[in-house]
Design a protein around this ligand. Structure first.
Ligand code: MSP
Length: 503
């Protein structure tokens, strides 16, 4: 059985998750569900990144101890993921004791190898990114250094700290980035490699003095310092699968680890993380899958830009989690930023889910009830229909295995479109016994429903039970093999949204 380990970034719980976080998490969930459906042994990890200055400040502002604050937020995040039907296997929190232990062990191990040393840092810092910025990386507004992502003034820091010798890993990183197929799409690997070639690699600070930031994991051999939040956070990918104690679990899942990230955190997940792993004598992950931003009126959607679309709004408008999951997957893009608006989402929802798929299901279900009393037995299906089914499964599987979820959905919609054309041409409503036509249509619907399952698990399961078939592994599916369908209901799966006409 093939193993598939998939992770999302662990999110900063300084605010509730919004459409951007849902975008990443739904994508990871779709991959996890796809691999389960096709017989894989899956471990899906998500969670929260609870330490650091940003959380310390937000808790202070709320008049709460950070632990109390992050406890509440962890419940809130879990609730959002429940609403979106996210099937994670484990929700990790960086304040969990076993995680803290793993981080300390890793810090000690790397220190023991002489790869962590004490020195002075002076330079700029963005608390929203929890990131050090060097000249050339930040923008200037009225002569003052600003964060290029958050567009806010950077803070100047001057402090004694612990450094990780990132510079030692230059050759290793270039080799991994240029010769191994890890970062997907590969343009992101080239981007990081050329930054390293052009600018070289500076050592990075991996601790903060406790009088500046106290909310973190203490440096194990020096309690005047806490470990830098990114060193802490990245380790979740290992502690979440049992590092360092459960070697068996760790080795099993690490061999096929897939990190899903937005392009904002590419540097940390390649240069920094691959070097930390090497220092821990561990191989890099199998894949880092990078996606671009959701933008609104040209700006990255986020709390700082103030252009957030909430998960509640989405779930309410698109009739529950399935609609939202479908839409976020349909606009998924690794390459170009995607401009989102309700206008765009409404039109995809209405055309694809309501008109093309939903309407087909309703029509065929109603006809089967009316004409056949709900019982449709196996009949031979035409060669070209069988070809459409087999080819669609093949192209869908290829797309899913190369993370092209939007393309995979297009293949599913092609099946539904073909079925709509077939029904219009064969006119089963005019026949007294349209069993062949209905059996053919049900075969097409069954395949589409199963292929949709990772995206719309509730609607797919509901339909499978209304039409009397099982959600089975699509890899083994062959057209024309279902013995019979027992239709008990013709559900409206995706109710159309009434779009107000302008003008
Ligand atoms: N805590 C760090 C990650 C540590 S992982 C070891 C962090 N957290 S975050 O809360 O800021 O989440 C960033 C991630 O949220 C992005 O990488 C991306 O996956 C997702 N997104 C947030 N806003 C987004 C968009 N507007 N568009 C696309 N993805 C977005 O960084």
């Amino acid at each position: 059985m093939s193993v598939f380990y998939v992770t999302t970034p662990i999110y900063y719980p300084n605010a509730p998750p919004h459409i951007g976080h849902a975008y990443t998490t739904v994508f990871a969930d779709v991959l996890a569900r796809f691999h389960r459906l096709t017989g894989g042994k899956v471990f899906f990890l998500t969670g929260n990144d609870e330490h650091g200055l940003k959380i310390q400040r937000v808790a202070e502002k709320a008049g709460k101890h950070p632990k109390e604050y992050v406890d509440e937020m962890a419940n809130l995040y879990r609730e959002y993921w429940r609403i979106l039907n996210i099937s994670y296997d484990y929700f990790i929190r960086t304040t969990d004791p076993y995680h803290e232990k793993a981080v300390k062990e890793a810090f000690n191990y790397i220190y023991g190898k002489g790869l962590i040393y004490k020195a002075k840092y002076s330079g700029m810092y963005c608390v929203d990114c929890e990131k050090y910025y060097s000249p050339g990386e930040y923008t200037e507004v009225e002569g003052k250094p600003h964060c290029p992502i958050h567009n806010k003034p950077l803070e100047y820091l001057e402090e004694e700290t612990y450094y990780f010798k990132l510079s030692e890993f230059k050759d290793y990183l270039l080799d991994v980035l240029e010769n191994r197929d890890i970062v997907y799409p590969s343009q992101y690997a080239r981007e990081v490699a050329s930054k390293i070639r052009n600018e070289g690699l500076r050592d990075v600070s991996v601790a903060r003095p406790v009088e500046r930031v106290w909310w973190g994991i203490p440096v194990p051999f020096d309690d005047k310092y806490v470990i830098y939040v990114w060193f802490d956070a990245l380790m979740n990918y290992l502690s979440g699968i049992g590092y360092p104690n459960d070697k068996e679990k760790n080795t099993l899942y690490w061999s096929n680890a897939h990190h899903i990230i937005g392009k904002d955190i590419l540097w940390f997940h390649t240069a920094v993380w691959f070097s930390m792993l090497k220092a821990l004598d561990m191989p890099p992950p199998r894949r880092v899958i990078v996606h671009s931003y959701l933008i609104n009126k040209g700006l990255k959607i986020g709390k700082s830009a103030g252009n957030v679309i909430s998960i509640e709004e989405l779930v309410e408008r698109y009739n529950g989690s399935d609609g939202v999951r479908y839409l976020l997957s349909r606009i998924f893009n690794t390459d170009k930023d995607s401009e989102v608006s309700f206008e765009l989402l409404d039109s995809i929802y209405n055309t694809e889910l309501a008109d093309t798929f939903g309407n087909l299901v309703r029509r065929v279900g109603s006809l089967a009830l009316k004409k056949m009393g709900g019982k449709v037995y196996k009949r031979s299906i035409d060669g070209n229909v069988a070809d459409v089914i087999s080819n669609s499964i093949g192209t869908y599987l290829d797309a899913m295995r190369s993370y092209e979820v939007s393309k995979a959905l297009e293949h599913v919609m092609n099946i539904a479109r073909y079925a709509n054309q077939y029904i219009n041409e064969t006119k089963p409503w005019e026949k007294s016994n349209p069993s062949k036509e209905l059996y053919t249509l049900l075969e097409l619907i069954k395949v589409a429903t199963i292929l949709l399952h990772p995206f719309t698990p509730m609607a797919s399961s509901k339909l499978a039970s209304a039409f009397g078939f099982e959600i089975e592994n699509p890899v083994n599916m062959e057209p024309g093999k279902t013995e019979r369908y027992t239709i008990t209901d013709a559900p409206i799966l995706f109710r159309k949204i009434q779009v107000k006409q302008e003008g």
